[in-house]
Design a protein around this ligand. Structure first.
Ligand SMILES: [Zn+2]
Length: 628
C-alpha cells in the first residue's frame, strides 16, 4: 500500500483502494517542472542499478541465454540433494537478475511515463519474466513428488540445501491441499471460468459505469470521477457534497443487480475451491498461504466490533462540531480543522524524520542518512512522473523511494512511511537469502506505519499551536478509521456473506445491501444516518473479490501501534526486537516473526491497544475543539 495522505485515507475509507494514485494525479493541475530543472541531489540515482541502458541490454541478453538452462534439471530433482540445490540456486539467481532488470526499466519509466524507450524495455523484461516462470514451473510439483522422508534425508545430507529448509517444509505443509495431477489440471482449467466474476466487475466498474456531471466548489459543471468524488466530499459546501454523493450512489444503484450477481458468483467460486482443495472453511483457505491461524481474524473482528463506543463518540463529536441536525455519510470527510498551514520544505521534513526516528538507534539513523546522501530518493514532482509515493527495490541493489513532495505536513509522514518500507527492505536484504527477502502483506505495513506513529508523537510533543495539535490528532484518528476500523467492518461483511452461502443461502442485491447496512450502521453508531439507497458499499468495493484479504491492513496497523508505543517509551529490549523484525523476511511465518518482535497477534491485545489509542485521541481532540 502506498503511504496514506489525507486524500488516500479518505479513498481507503470509502473503499476506493485502486484509485488512490489516480485521485492524486487528478489533483495535479499546475505544470510540473522538467527533470533537468531539479537539482541532482533531489533525484534518485539509478546508475547504481545499471550504469547505462547498454549495460541493462547486456544483462538482459545474459538472462535470455541462461533461462533454457533451468530445463536441464527437469525430471532430475529427486536424483540427489546436490542436483536439487543447484536447481533452486539457479532459479534464485535468474529470478534475482530478472527482478533487477524489471525494476530498473520500471523506475526509469516512472521518472517520465511518456518515454517510449522505457515502456518498450519494461515490456521486454516482462515477457522474459514470463518465460522464466514457465521454465521453472516444474519445480514445485516435482519437489512435491519426492517422498517427505527422502527430502528430509536430502536436507540433512547437503549443507547447500539447508537454506531451503523452510521453503521446502512450507511446501510440505501445503501438500495436503495440493491434489493429484488430474484434479490439479481440472482446477487450473476451471480458472478461466472462476475468474469471470472479478473480470466482469472490473469491466463494469472501470469501463461501463459512467458518472454524470456535478457542480464543483466554484459552481462549475465537472464530470464526476472516483478521484474527484473524494475531493468533492471534502467540500465545506454541503450542497456540493450531497450532490456528489447522490450522483455517485445513484449511478451504482442502476447496476445493483448485475453487481450483486458478480459478487455472488465470486463467492460461489471461493466455495468451489475451498471444497476442491479440502479446506474446512473459506477463511481457513484464505489464511493458509501465510499460515495465519483463523483466531487472528476472529479476534480482530470480535475486539473491534464489541468496542465501538469510541468510534460512535467520534461521529457524535463531528456532528456537534459541524452543528448538524443530522449527520449523513457525506459529512464524514469535511476537514474538521484546516491543514496546519505551515509549509515544511523537504530539507526541514528530512530533519524532522531524522530527529523523530532517533529512538530507533544509531545504526538505523546512519542507514537513513545513507539513503538521503546517496540519492535513494526521488523527491519532487516532475512532468509525467509516477504519482503518489512508494518504496521499491531489488535484492542486489539498494531500495529507492519515489515521492511527490509538495511541502505539506502530510508529505513528512509520507517520507517517514516510505522510508520505513525502504529500511525494512534494506535490512532484510542484508540479512536474508534471496528466497526469503520478500515480506507478506501481513508484515509489510508494520514498518511503515510504525515510523509514521513515531513521527506523529514527536510532532505532537513539539506542537506549539492548537491548530497544529488538532491537525496531528485528526491525522492519527483518520488513519485509524481508514486503516483499522474500515478494514474490520469490510472484513465482518465478508465473513457474513460467506456464512450465508456456506449455510446454503443465496446472495441478492437486497440481501447484500441489508447485511452491509446493518454492519455499517453498527460501526458508525446512532448519530450516523444512512439514507435509503446509500448502502451500496458491498456491491462496489473491488477488494471483496479477493476474499479475506483486507483484514491484513488492520492487523499490521495494530502491530505497528504496539511497537511504536514501546519504542517511543524508550523500551530498549522492545526496540532491539523491532530492529530484528525489520531484518527478517519470509524465512518464517509472519505471525511467528511478529511474536519474536514481542507481539502475539493471536491474542486480543494488539487490537484492544488500537482502540485504547483511538479513544485517547478522540478525547484529546474533543478537549481541544471545546477550547475554541
Ligand atoms: Zn505502505
Amino acid at each position: 500500500m502506498i503511504s496514506l495522505s489525507r486524500k488516500s485515507l479518505i479513498l481507503t475509507f470509502l473503499g476506493l483502494f485502486s484509485l488512490i494514485l489516480a485521485g492524486t494525479a487528478l489533483a495535479q493541475v499546475k505544470e510540473a517542472p522538467t527533470r533537468d530543472q531539479i537539482e541532482d541531489k533531489y533525484k534518485w540515482n539509478l546508475s547504481d542499478y545499471y550504469p547505462s541502458d547498454e549495460a541493462w541490454e547486456a544483462s538482459l541478453k545474459i538472462l535470455e541465454q541462461q533461462i533454457p538452462q533451468m530445463g536441464t534439471y527437469q525430471g532430475k530433482l529427486g536424483d540427489s540433494p546436490a542436483t536439487l540445490a543447484e536447481a533452486l540456486k539457479m532459479n534464485d539467481s535468474l529470478g534475482s537478475l530478472a527482478h533487477r532488470l524489471y525494476v530498473y526499466a520500471s523506475l526509469n519509466l516512472d521518472e517520465d511515463n511518456r518515454v517510449g524507450k522505457y515502456q518498450e524495455m519494461k515490456g521486454r523484461i516482462f515477457q522474459m519474466y514470463t518465460r522464466l516462470g514457465e521454465a521453472a514451473s516444474y519445480l514445485e510439483p516435482e519437489i512435491l513428488k519426492i517422498p517427505n522422508e527422502k527430502l528430509e534425508a536430502f536436507l540433512k545430507e547437503n549443507a547447500a540445501l539447508g537454506v531451503y529448509r523452510f521453503y521446502i517444509s512450507d511446501m510440505i505443509r501445503r501438500k495436503a491441499h495440493i491434489m493429484n495431477e488430474e484434479t490439479e489440471n481440472l482446477l487450473s482449467m476451471a480458472g478461466s471460468v472462476t475468474s469471470g466474476p472479478s473480470n466482469i466487475f472490473t469491466m463494469l466498474d472501470d469501463a461501463d459505469i459512467k458518472f454524470p456531471n456535478v457542480k464543483d466548489d466554484d459552481g462549475n459543471e465537472v464530470e464526476l470521477t472516483d478521484g474527484r468524488y473524494s475531493q468533492l466530499l471534502q467540500s465545506t459546501n454541503r450542497e456540493v457534497r450531497k450532490a456528489a454523493s447522490d450522483a455517485y450512489n445513484d449511478t451504482y444503484l442502476k447496476y445493483q443487480n448485475g453487481l450483486a450477481a458478480c459478487l455472488a458468483s465470486s463467492v460461489n467460486g471461493d466455495v468451489f475451491y475451498t471444497g476442491a482443495r479440502k479446506y474446512n472453511t473459506r477463511l481457513e483457505r484464505a489464511l493458509d498461504g501465510d499460515n495465519i491461524p483463523t483466531v487472528v481474524y476472529n479476534n480482530l473482528i470480535e475486539v473491534a466490533s464489541s468496542n465501538l463506543a469510541p468510534l460512535h463518540k467520534y461521529v457524535a463529536m463531528r456532528k456537534k462540531y459541524m452543528a448538524l441536525d443530522t449527520l449523513y455519510p457525506y459529512d464524514m470527510y469535511v476537514p474538521l480543522v484546516p491543514e496546519a498551514r505551515r509549509k515544511i520544505p523537504y530539507e526541514e521534513g528530512k530533519k524532522i524524520v531524522l530527529d523523530a526516528l532517533k529512538p530507533l538507534g544509531n545504526d538505523y539513523i546512519k542507514s537513513l542518512n545513507v539513503a538521503f546522501d546517496s540519492r535513494w530518493i526521488d523527491v519532487y514532482e516532475t512532468q509525467a512522473k509516477g504519482s503518489g509515493a512508494y518504496s521499491w527495490g531489488t535484492y542486489s541493489a539498494h531500495p529507492v523511494v519515489l515521492l511527490n513532495y509538495s511541502d505539506e505536513l502530510g508529505d513528512v509522514f509520507t517520507l517517514g512511511h516510505e522510508l520505513g518500507h525502504a529500511m525494512h527492505r534494506y535490512y532484510t536484504t542484508l540479512n536474508e537469502p534471496y528466497i526469503y527477502a520478500g515480506h507478506s502483506i501481513f508484515a509489510a505495513e508494520v514498518a511503515s506505519t510504525c515510523n509514521e506513529t513515531i513521527i506523529i508523537d514527536y510532532l505532537l510533543k513539539k506542537a506549539k499551536t492548537r491548530e497544529e495539535k488538532l491537525y496531528l490528532l485528526n491525522y492519527h484518528i483518520e488513519q485509524i478509521m481508514g486503516t483499522f476500523y474500515s478494514q474490520v467492518y469490510f472484513s465482518e461483511f465478508e465473513q457474513k456473506i460467506h456464512d450465508v452461502v456456506e449455510n446454503g443461502g443465496a446472495l441478492s442485491a437486497e440481501s447484500l445491501r441489508q447485511m452491509y447496512r446493518e454492519i455499517y450502521q453498527k460501526y458508525f453508531g446512532p448519530d450516523y444516518v444512512i439514507p435509503p439507497d446509500r448502502d451500496l458499499g458491498g456491491l462496489r468495493i473491488s477488494h471483496f473479490y479477493r476474499m479475506f484479504y483486507v483484514y491484513q491492513y488492520a492487523t499490521s496497523y495494530a502491530a505497528s501501534q504496539v511497537l511504536a508505543d514501546r519504542i517511543i517509551k524508550g523500551d530498549k529490549k522492545a526496540t532491539e526486537a523491532y530492529l530484528e523484525f525489520i531484518k527478517t523476511g519470509s524465512s518464517d511465518y509472519p505471525v511467528n516473526v511478529l511474536k519474536k518482535a514481542g507481539i502475539d497477534m493471536t491474542t486480543p491485545q494488539p487490537y484492544e491497544n488500537v482502540i485504547a489509542i483511538f479513544s485517547r485521541l478522540v478525547n484529546e481532540m474533543e478537549k481541544l475543539l471545546l477550547e475554541s
